[in-house]
Design a protein around this ligand. Structure first.
Ligand SMILES: Nc1ncnc2c1ncn2[C@@H]1O[C@H](COP(=O)(O)OP(=O)(O)OP(=O)(O)O)[C@@H](O)[C@H]1O
Length: 286
């Protein structure tokens, strides 16, 4: 029996004629921290909500620790959604009590510990008075109070200033180190992802483009540079650009002789895929 924390098999989610996800298959290893990246509209939020059980796939199956997720919140999963739904009229302390009342498994100690580590959050403050960043941090405390085995974070860093971002990432890393939690984190902030993630899941137009351990993914790709006249005659060109003097390309797989090659870093790799995605979309509209 498959007991991976999260496994997706041929998952699709359609909204009318929009294929938000299509044929997505991947596995997240236990205790891994996976960066979920892709251009706007790639299907990242949709995927996170399917794993959490907030919506059902149109086709395919997602399992969490071997159990199929069937459109209801899985007890082992916590999801921080982009909207951060919190009760505005509650104080932070009251909100944590509500967390205790609403969840079968709840650790007030863990939620408190997280809040204590967050400098910007006063427990007596009304939620409606909190800044967007503080709301995110309170939502993270609620998510961790459920003692999840799988933590899904949808753009957790977007509202945070650099210090709060650092605090939040530390909390996530401590969670992984101490509890072995498996984390899937969507973000457009590639530098932060590089600091915390060991795995990458790259989506484009609802399809998995890249999935795996970051070191393996980087080793499989090359940035190649050669004179403009040289033809890059190889499968696996992800993205290429040409000046009058030279051609530069991101290539997956083997590179023919005659080209200067290096391995990309995470940022160069993701940027290459994002550029290629934009080029494809522009080509379709022309
Ligand atoms: N409830 C919905 N009804 C109709 N279309 C939807 C719905 N939710 C998502 N979509 C569409 O599905 C596609 C994927 O959206 P999704 O929000 O999952 O992308 P994303 O990668 O999270 O984007 P972003 O980076 O902008 O947050 C988009 O075309 C979006 O418009």
């Amino acid at each position: 029996m498959n007991t991976s924390p999260v496994q997706a098999r041929d998952v699709a989610k359609h909204f009318g004629r929009t294929k938000a996800l299509d044929g997505c298959s991947f596995t997240l290893p236990e205790g891994s921290v996976t960066g979920l990246v892709g251009p706007n509209g790639a299907g990242k939020s949709t995927l996170l909500s399917l794993i959490a059980g907030l919506a059902r796939p149109t086709a395919g199956e997602i399992t969490v620790h071997g159990t199929a997720v069937r459109g209801r919140m899985h007890p082992d999963v916590s999801l921080l959604t982009q909207k951060r739904p919190l009760y505005d009229q509650f104080t932070v302390r009251e909100l944590m009590r509500a967390g205790a009342a609403m969840n079968d498994r709840w650790s007030a100690e863990r939620a408190d510990e997280v809040l204590d580590l967050l400098a910007g959050v006063a427990k007596d403050a009304k939620v409606r008075t909190l800044s967007a960043g503080a709301r995110t941090q309170v939502a993270i405390a609620l998510a961790l109070g459920r003692l999840p085995k799988v933590l899904l974070l949808d753009e957790p860093l977007s509202d945070l200033d650099p210090l709060a971002r650092d605090e939040t990432l530390r909390i996530v890393m401590t969670e992984v180190a101490e509890r072995g939690t498996t984390v899937l984190l969507s973000s457009h902030l590639l530098t932060d992802l590089g600091d915390v993630c060991d795995h990458l899941l790259l989506l484009d137009e609802g399809r998995v483009q890249v999935s795996g351990e970051i070191d393996d993914v980087l080793a499989e790709h090359h940035v190649v540079v050669g004179p403009a006249g040289l033809e890059l005659d190889v499968d696996g060109v992800v993205d290429s650009s040409r000046t009058s003097r030279q051609t530069t390309a991101l290539v997956r797989g083997t590179v023919p002789p005659g080209w200067e090659t290096t391995h990309p870093d995470l940022e160069a790799l993701v940027m290459g895929y994002l550029r290629a995605s934009r080029t494809r979309r522009l080509a379709r509209t022309q």
